[in-house]
Design a protein around this ligand. Structure first.
Ligand code: FAD
Ligand code: SIN
Length: 604
């Protein structure tokens, strides 16, 4: 307390002496790269109050801070409009994130994009050494004194598709809800989702004359999962998939385009019209719905422990907030939607040593905390060795090149310029085929027709990942593959398209020929993408214990669970699972909260 009081006092001095903002000064503000942003502001006599007007602790969402950045510097949209460079960090698929996600006042700034993309982005204060000595006074990090526990009906760990779906559902049934997210932005891996969301028997499929059914989706999923999946869970996934699309559409999502992803018998991957990435769109819709409902969403807030009462019921969470430190939230039910562990190299190597050091497509928060938290309170964990590689990660960096590009017609060729696989086979098969090629990589080749069919491809151009040529020969020369072989491969593929039969590799779907210049290619290799294992749940999204009974008042949904995808997930099924089981978890948790009489909570 003494430390906080001293901090407030020092802040008050600053506020009274240094209060001018750049806008007030009418000056153009260009921070020095070698100073922290706070020091840069200070050097320009722009005082602490410009950012920290309120004389109170920062909340973990830093919600008081960000409007102040915008007031002086303009919004992300304003900044995006000024940027002429190919890479425009203020207009990215992450959406309108808080300024402080990248621009740190008292420590070195870092573009969040660089967590996944190896692009060189200069950022103000990015090379600044550690904070100046005001840091301790201003940020109050590591506050250890616990404040009074808060109470909610439902506490949700993770702000991906599963977490948001659970939160909105529980809220709409009358429950008070909090979403806890350890990253500075919401969305998790769901935000990165690209190719689409699977659903069978939707109105959008019907409009296109696509004949699909829950039964066919069930069979495809079981087959893709090599019969390791839990058929009961797969049944729920398939049966409820169309209503998941309807639910999202009702919230304002556009999932009206339908395309093919690998391992599906028919087109059932739903995505926004024009072929934009699904994740950005879905998360912005879910985020807005949560915001409109006044749902309490806390970023920079890591769940570090689950609480149990004396009856063995999960009764809340202990969290660590970036500014607030440790505190407790008691809850009548907890939903674990904390995602998988593809971005946890130690865990990946523990289960699959041969994958150590392989690049991942995942966001940095995908570390598997939710699985550990669930196991500690008695949840059974299964299929942890089932780790999926995505066959097409850009060979430079770790940007995933969506399967939808193959679904829309792209082919894979090796360094000899030859096709070597049915590009729409399941991921395990395509991955194995790529790894068997010289250099363990391949080229994803497409033309202008494919480019025009899928808006998300433009992102790969912006990141400088695509090579191009006016003719197949020219492209071949740029790739240093045999130009004549590449020309022959494309001619043979186009012949197969005309004949509607791929005799060479038995590719089931040939949506368009590859004969519209220009011709393009991205070099790709496999990378760690999805963890099929996790907490065992039942059809009600209850986490099961060793005795086969539910761990009371504890639910899980999405990638944190195991059982739906078996040994190999089909592209497009993860979002479907996250939304469907997120909704089930939200509904059951809200019902449970309502049924419970007020009780004195006993925390372990
Ligand atoms: P996430 O969306 O990962 O959310 C979990 C959240 O929990 C994260 O934000 C994480 O930071 C947070 N968290 C973790 N631990 C804690 C903690 N201790 N405290 C607080 N918060 C915590 N699937 C498809 O179906 N279609 C696609 O097109 C598709 N494309 C993909 C593209 C990419 C690049 C990637 C990486 C995955 C893709 N997937 C796709 C897979 C799919 O996106 C994910 O499996 C799915 O979104 C998982 O949703 P989720 O809600 O379970 O978890
Ligand atoms: C992709 O678009 O290739 C990823 C789809 C998925 O992982 O489901």
């Amino acid at each position: 307390m003494k430390k906080i009081a001293t901090g407030l006092f020092v802040m008050a001095i600053f506020f009274s002496t240094l209060t001018a903002s750049p806008a007030q000064n009418g000056q153009e503000f260009s921070p020095s790269p070698n100073l922290s942003l706070a020091d840069s502001h200070g050097a320009k006599k722009i005082g602490c109050a410009s950012c920290h007007a309120e004389k109170r602790l920062l909340d973990d969402n830093e919600s008081a801070l960000n409007p102040r950045c915008v007031a002086c510097h303009g919004s992300m949209t304003d900044d995006a409009a000024k940027t002429k460079a190919l890479i425009n960090p203020h207009q990215s698929h992450l959406g309108a994130v808080a300024c402080t996600t990248c621009h740190h006042g008292h420590t070195a700034s870092q573009a969040y994009c660089q967590q996944c993309h190896n692009v060189a982005l200069a950022i103000p204060g990015g090379t600044a050494v550690e904070a100046r000595n005001t840091t301790g006074q201003l940020s109050f990090q590591n506050q250890t004194k616990e404040s009074k526990p808060q109470n909610v009906d439902v506490a949700i760990i993770g702000s991906g598709a599963a977490g948001f779906a659970a939160a909105i559902t529980a809220h709409d049934l009358g429950a008070t809800v909090v979403i806890l997210e350890k990253q500075p932005i919401t969305g998790g891996n769901s935000l990165l989702a690209a190719g689409g969301m699977n659903a069978a028997g939707t109105t959008y499929q019907e409009e296109r004359g696509i004949k699909d059914s829950a039964e066919l989706m069930y069979q495809d999923t079981l087959k893709g999962g090599k019969t390791l999946s839990d058929p009961d869970l797969v049944k729920i996934l398939a049966i409820k998939s169309a209503s998941a699309i309807d639910w999202l559409t009702g919230l304002g999502a556009d999932l009206s385009e339908v395309g093919r992803l690998a391992g599906a018998s028919v087109d059932r991957a739903h995505r926004p019209r024009g072929g934009a990435s699904i994740g950005t769109h879905l998360i912005s819709v879910l985020r807005k719905n949560a915001l409109d409902r006044g749902i309490d969403v806390r970023v920079n807030t890591r769940v570090v422990d689950l609480l149990m009462d004396k009856q063995g019921r999960v009764s809340g969470v202990r969290v660590y907030g970036k500014h607030r430190g440790l505190y407790t939230i008691t809850a009548r039910a907890v939903i674990d939607a904390a995602g998988g562990f593809s971005a946890n190299p130690v865990k990946v190597a523990f289960y699959r040593p041969e994958l150590a050091d392989m690049a991942t497509t995942n966001q940095p928060g995908a570390t598997g905390d939710g699985i550990d938290l669930g196991a500690i309170v008695g949840g059974v964990v299964l299929d942890m060795k089932e780790i999926q590689l995505h066959p097409t990660i850009a060979a430079t960096g770790r940007t995933m090149i969506t399967e939808a590009i193959r679904g829309n017609g792209a082919i894979l060729v090796n360094r000899e310029g030859k096709r070597f696989v049915n590009e729409l086979d399941t991921r395990d098969a395509v991955t194995a085929a790529v790894l068997a090629q010289p250099g363990k990589s391949a080229f994803l080749v497409f033309d202008e027709g494919v480019r025009k069919s899928l808006r998300q491809i433009e992102g790969y151009f912006s990141l400088g990942l695509v090579k191009e040529g006016d003719t197949p020969n020219e492209l071949g020369a740029r790739l240093a593959v045999s130009a004549t072989a590449l020309e022959a491969t494309l001619a043979s593929y186009n012949k197969a398209y005309d004949a509607k039969k791929d005799a060479d590799f038995r590719r089931p779907d040939l949506p368009r020929p590859l004969r519209s210049p220009k011709y393009y290619a991205v070099e790709v290799r496999p990378g760690i993408h999805y963890t099929m294992g996790g907490l065992k749940i039942n059809r009600e999204a209850q986490v099961l214990g060793k005795d086969g009974k539910p761990v009371p008042h504890f639910y899980a949904a999405g990638e944190v669970t195991g059982g739906v995808h078996g040994a190999n997930r089909l592209g497009g099924n993860a979002l479907s699972e996250a939304i469907t089981f997120g909704r089930i978890a939200g509904e059951n948790a809200a019902k449970q909260a309502k049924e419970q009489l007020p009780r004195k909570r006993q925390i372990r």
